[in-house]
Design a protein around this ligand. Structure first.
Ligand SMILES: O=c1ccn([C@@H]2O[C@H](COP(=O)(O)O)[C@@H](O)[C@H]2O)c(=O)[nH]1
Length: 264
């Protein structure tokens, strides 16, 4: 590409086109349910079997931190062996003063080498800036999360009729206006993604958790008019639900349902 590296959004769009799948496979190993030393092999099996249907993988760092130093070692060992053509989104939901965010950005983009991370934008745009100058990388800002409590702050109406999550959309647009190298998208939970929400969200890459165990309904996504590449995440639905089915079979089933709902 003329010496310029590909943006995270372009990489993701290419992967979705190649696989015909917008499924994001969540990697959330549960130390209480699995023997700690069985987790590395479990993760490798999930990755290997679901990769043909995966537009991206999403490990949530909470599950690795819950295993202590061994958990972080498991994550650090796994990441270099992940398929190179499948982007990895680390779900970390970090938000702190800029000085501290510099170290999170270094940890995730440079040390762990993931392609994208989730961030909490609620401390303001300056806290995102340390992440915004990374060519080929992406961030997803929490906007309308999938939990019921997204009504407490994120979906609250402001004086003038706009809603709090629209301020997060403004940050996405600001990053584009300022020519940031990092691709900036938003997290929108499937359980809360009705048309009154989607019509107020800019056309940015969306990370959409809530399919499977949380019961989100894919039909709310049809006809949203968004063209930026979406990722629909399933974690427990692939790793832990319906254990009589293989990981590949479950991933193929979700990929198919997503394809039909998004009509591509
Ligand atoms: O709004 C949000 C933001 C992040 N998540 C994360 O996605 C997965 C969902 O797991 P399931 O097992 O498919 O429910 C998990 O890592 C959450 O922390 C979310 O659910 N909602």
């Amino acid at each position: 590409m003329g010496g310029m590296s590909q943006s995270f959004t372009d990489k993701l769009a290419a992967r979705i086109k190649e696989t015909g799948s917008a499924l994001c496979v969540g990697l959330d190993p549960r130390p209480g349910m699995d023997d700690l030393e069985a987790i590395p092999a479990l993760l490798r099996k999930v990755v290997e079997e679901t990769a043909p249907y995966a537009a991206a993988f999403k490990p949530n760092i909470a599950y690795f931190e819950a295993m202590g130093l061994r958990g972080l070692e498991i994550l650090e060992d796994l990441l270099p062996d992940m398929p190179k053509d499948v982007p990895v989104v680390l779900d970390a939901k970090r938000g702190d003063i800029g000085e501290t965010q510099k170290y999170y950005a270094h940890a995730y983009f440079e040390r762990l080498g993931v392609d994208a991370v989730t961030l909490s934008p609620f401390m303001g745009y300056d806290t995102l800036e340390p992440f915004l100058n990374y060519e080929g990388k992406g961030v997803y800002l929490l906007a309308v999360t999938s939990n019921p409590g997204s009504a407490d702050v994120e979906r609250q109406e402001l004086a003038g009729g706009r809603r709090v999550f629209e301020l997060v959309g403004d940050m996405v647009l600001r990053s584009v206006r300022e020519g940031c190298k990092t691709s900036v998208g938003m997290v929108v939970g499937l359980t809360n993604a009705d048309s009154s929400i989607l019509e107020r969200i800019p056309d940015a890459p969306l990370l959409i958790p809530g399919l499977g165990a949380q019961g989100g309904d894919l039909s709310c996504l049809s006809g949203s008019g968004h063209v930026a590449p979406p990722l629909i995440n399933v974690s427990r639905g692939i790793m832990y639900q319906n254990p009589e089915l293989g990981f590949a079979e479950k991933a193929a089933g979700f990929a198919q349902r997503i394809r039909e709902a998004l009509n591509y």
